[in-house]
Design a protein around this ligand. Structure first.
Ligand code: ROI
Length: 163
């Protein structure tokens, strides 16, 4: 079994509901269990500012799928849920990203692990810190050290969201 961190994000059609729907789909995956889920966080958009705020979270899976098998399962969940991607770095109904897959590093045209944006996005690092405070990211260092040098802040407590 591999330990895999997944990033969840949504900024359309009741994002909290979208994250909960995606989490229950992840729980139903074969050969996979959801071990832990972070709190849900509000975040201002990285990318065009004229889109709704996001809700972000991360979860930890144990899975017997390979990285590419898991990627296919995530794309299926996104499609079943009705993935809307209107524009580059634009609004999404549900986005499921493989952030880390054990200590694996992988670069291909379809999948990069660790996820490319992981080191600079507080909406990924803060939820990761919550569920895995001692986590090391291959070739990038500890989650804590990455957070300490972040340049930009997107996150806020979800209760402050204007929904
Ligand atoms: N911005 C935030 N705050 N959260 C996301 O999950 C997110 N996902 C994306 C883009 C559009 C780049 N911006 C985001 O894919």
């Amino acid at each position: 079994m591999a330990s895999v961190f997944i990033g969840l994000g949504s900024n359309l059609s009741d994002p909290v509901k979208q994250l909960n729907t995606a989490l229950s789909s992840l729980e139903k995956l074969p050969k996979t269990s959801v071990v832990q889920t972070s709190s849900f966080y509000g975040s201002t958009p990285l990318g065009p500012a004229d889109q709704p705020d996001f809700v972000n979270a991360v979860c930890l899976l144990d899975t017997a799928f390979s990285p590419l098998e898991l990627l296919a399962e995530l794309k299926k969940i996104e499609a079943d849920q009705g993935r809307i991607k209107k524009r580059h770095w634009g609004e999404r109904l549900i986005d499921l990203d493989i952030l880390l897959f054990d200590e694996l590093t992988l670069t291909s045209s379809v999948l990069t692990i660790p996820h490319q944006g992981i080191a600079s996005r507080d909406f990924v690092l803060i939820p990761l810190l919550e569920i895995a405070p001692d986590l090391m990211i291959p070739n990038k260092g500890s989650v804590q050290s990455l957070i300490s040098v972040l340049q930009t802040s997107y996150l806020y407590p979800l209760s402050e969201a204007s929904q």
